[in-house]
Design a protein around this ligand. Structure first.
Ligand code: IMP
Length: 433
């Protein structure tokens, strides 16, 4: 396939290592554009031993000369954005002139965070396990047509005052005994707008012009397909379309602009928060994966739940997103295990299923159907050529590809940019020409 615009997105429940993959592909693109989510995401990138954790700003920012877009589909907490910009500046990365923030993106206000925490507490046993960043409540206001957008912060002050006043009184009605004053919040959001003004842009136009000039765009997903509000394990999902459909709505680009889709999947599975994880492990094996994979949330520090690779999940993601290839990450975490399991279906109370179900009740008490493959003892860490992998690791990857229905175009064998295998003749090598 010739060079094209591509989407890079999560094929499992998030934390697949999208940050590293986006970072390594970025030099081949003029623009990296984030299309959904907010600072609930945590993309960790290591550059020559230095760790960068990005939440809102696309991982492409670490490459000088690449423009980085935050799309209208993203919800923006201005304080979180400023913190990230300041942190990048401290580490020698200047965003000015390269960061573009959609004027249509919605704003997360401090009370959205409060509402997030409150709504989780009210759900009790049925809580989602959110990141408490105010993401859900901000999207609720967007869909409820009372949200405040970035362009509102920069427009008519009287209209903004009215919007803030109305939102605050709606919030006060939701939280008993609450008497939040709208005026200090109004002053705060005006100041937010002023600091953001230089970055605010029509990002759809910027992307269209980039493409018209013969350059290419990488569309960066946050969270993942199984956390997608429509296609994920509802209600244990985030509040946006993390799968490929979000690219069009979250950036204002037409479907035909997306020439390729790369799904990022871990060589095993993890999830944070509540909800089903059919291949979940417990005890020593789970601890081992968690420790050697450093499976703790980049945003919240929460320990991640760990399990075997679930081919039902990735095959489902391949269908929803039209995956052209997989970037398989953290293969090295499996080094030294005597055997490795891979799930190809579930035994449920009503029979065996091999397609991911909509009704999560089917998964209660479901037993994964596993294939067991031999592990490998030689390290895969840092290997950059597929043929140099232990033969059992090659065998595992081939079986995983077969069961998932997609080829692994990239295999990550460590956290550094260089610790990567790009398969010869894979779809990705065409994109990188
Ligand atoms: P929210 O996005 O904070 O509303 O959280 C909803 C669900 O998505 C929870 O299960 C979170 O743990 C999960 N989630 C949100 N962002 C991420 C992420 O970046 N990685 C993994 N899980 C996430």
């Amino acid at each position: 396939m010739a060079k094209t615009n591509i989407a890079v997105l999560g094929a499992q429940w998030g934390d697949e290592g999208k940050g590293k993959i986006v970072d390594m592909l970025t030099p081949h693109f003029a623009t990296v554009a984030r299309y959904q989510g907010g600072h609930n995401a945590g993309h960790t990138v290591y550059v020559q031993g230095t760790k960068f954790v990005l939440h809102l700003i696309p991982s492409g920012i670490l490459h000088p000369g690449v423009s980085c877009v935050i799309g209208n589909g993203v919800v923006i907490d201005p304080q979180a954005l400023f913190k990230e910009v300041d942190e990048l500046a401290r580490m020698g990365v200047d965003v000015d002139g390269r960061l573009l923030v959609s004027e249509k993106a919605h704003v997360i206000l401090p009370y959205h965070r409060e509402l997030d925490v409150l709504s989780e507490a009210r759900r009790g046993e049925r809580r989602i396990g959110t990141t408490s960043r105010g993401i859900g409540p901000a999207y609720e206001d967007k869909i409820g047509r009372r949200g405040i957008r970035i362009c509102d912060l920069l427009g008519d002050r009287d209209a903004l005052a009215e919007e803030v006043r109305e939102n605050v009184s709606a919030r006060n009605r939701m939280i008993l005994d609450s008497t939040l004053d709208w005026k200090p919040l109004f002053d705060q959001v005006v100041a937010f707008g002023e600091r953001m003004r230089p970055w605010v842009a029509d990002v759809s136009l910027h992307i269209a012009q980039t493409m018209k000039n013969g350059k290419h765009v990488l569309f960066e997903g946050a969270q993942a397909t199984l956390l997608d509000i429509d296609h994920g394990t509802y209600p244990f999902v985030t509040s946006s379309n993390a799968s490929v459909g979000g690219v069009c709505t979250g950036l204002g680009v037409p479907p035909k602009a997306i020439g390729g889709v790369l799904g990022v999947a871990k060589a095993y599975t993890t999830r944070v928060g509540e909800g089903p994880l059919p291949t979940e492990l417990s005890g020593e094996l789970a601890d081992r994966l968690r420790e050697s994979g450093q499976e703790y949330g980049a945003s919240t520090g929460r320990p991640r739940r760990c399990g075997w690779y679930d081919a039902v999940v990735v095959r489902y993601s391949a269908r929803i997103n039209g995956l052209d290839g997989i970037a398989l990450t953290k293969l090295d975490v499996l080094d030294g295990l005597p055997e490795i399991k891979l799930c190809t279906g579930y035994k449920t109370a009503t029979g065996t299923i091999t397609e991911f179900p909509a009704d999560l009740r089917l998964l209660v008490g479901a037993e994964p159907i596993y294939e067991t493959l031999p592990g490998w003892s030689a390290p895969t860490k840092g290997v950059t050529d597929f043929d140099q992998l232990p033969v059992e690791a090659q065998q595992y990857i081939r079986r995983l590809e077969d069961a998932s229905g997609v080829a692994c175009a990239i295999i990550s064998t460590g956290s550094d940019r260089m610790e990567t295998i790009v398969r010869k003749d894979s779809i990705v090598s065409g994109w990188l020409d």
